[in-house]
Design a protein around this ligand. Sequence first.
Ligand code: SIN
Length: 287
Amino acid sequence: MSLSIEPTESALGAVVKGVDMGRVPDPDIIESIETALEQYGVLIFPGQDITPAQQTAFSAALAPLEMTANIDARLDGQPEIFVVGNTGAKPVTFAPKFGNDDLEWHTDHIHRPEPARASLLYAKEIPAEGGDTLFACMYSAYDDLAAEQKAQYGSLTAIHSVAGLRNYLREQSEEEDYDPGRQADMPESVSWPLVRHHPRTGRPALYFGAKVTIGIEGWAEETGLAFIRDLSSHATRPEFVYRHVWRHHDAVLWDNRRVLHAATPFDMTRNKRLMHRTTLRETEPVH
Ligand code: SIN
């Protein structure tokens, strides 16, 4: 069956039909997905009725997989699946508290030595209201900078740490000990150029996260944090954003080299949200 690809009206995103994620994709399908991902940054595959093993096999055909450092959030029997939601003993979410709009914009695993190249999120249970995911295009955010900002930002190196994420999640959670997890062999922080050139397209993109990025090399801490706050406001302006309102059994694949994403809150006292994420490891150097 041939693929149909319909772009959204936003800066990012296309709806892809004709792919059955229950089967391991052949090289032609993989190439079509790669090309579409390169073009649209976010691909939406509606109506996928897949098991954790099928999601894992499909994802692993695209790239080697990376597991979450939060060991409690690995799915029993299929540890490549990161369980995001509030159906288990402890909620796992990257959204702010209900009623708060301080979003945790990020690109997956930027704080790890091998960041994530892409991620696939699959909706198993969705709230009646809220719990959308926003995606922001970092090509557009970069292109919109003034020439002197492009020159300055191109010379900066940003510092990323799970500590930034941990502090944010603790502020947003009812649970004092909430911890996103850090593997013993993971450094406390990693540094990458603030402007990253996409390995497939060569296009420059801003590469950072609103909370996980904790500074700029060579700058005072407060100056760096203020800069990241301003940069986050710029980079996530509505014209750069696609909002995904989930439907049951949607699967969404995004390009972490080009896209920031953020979960929006929902009322956890009234709703359940259960998502399964597989995370594709970066295979190219960030520099
Ligand atoms: C994530 O940040 O990977 C999950 C996003 C979401 O829960 O919508």
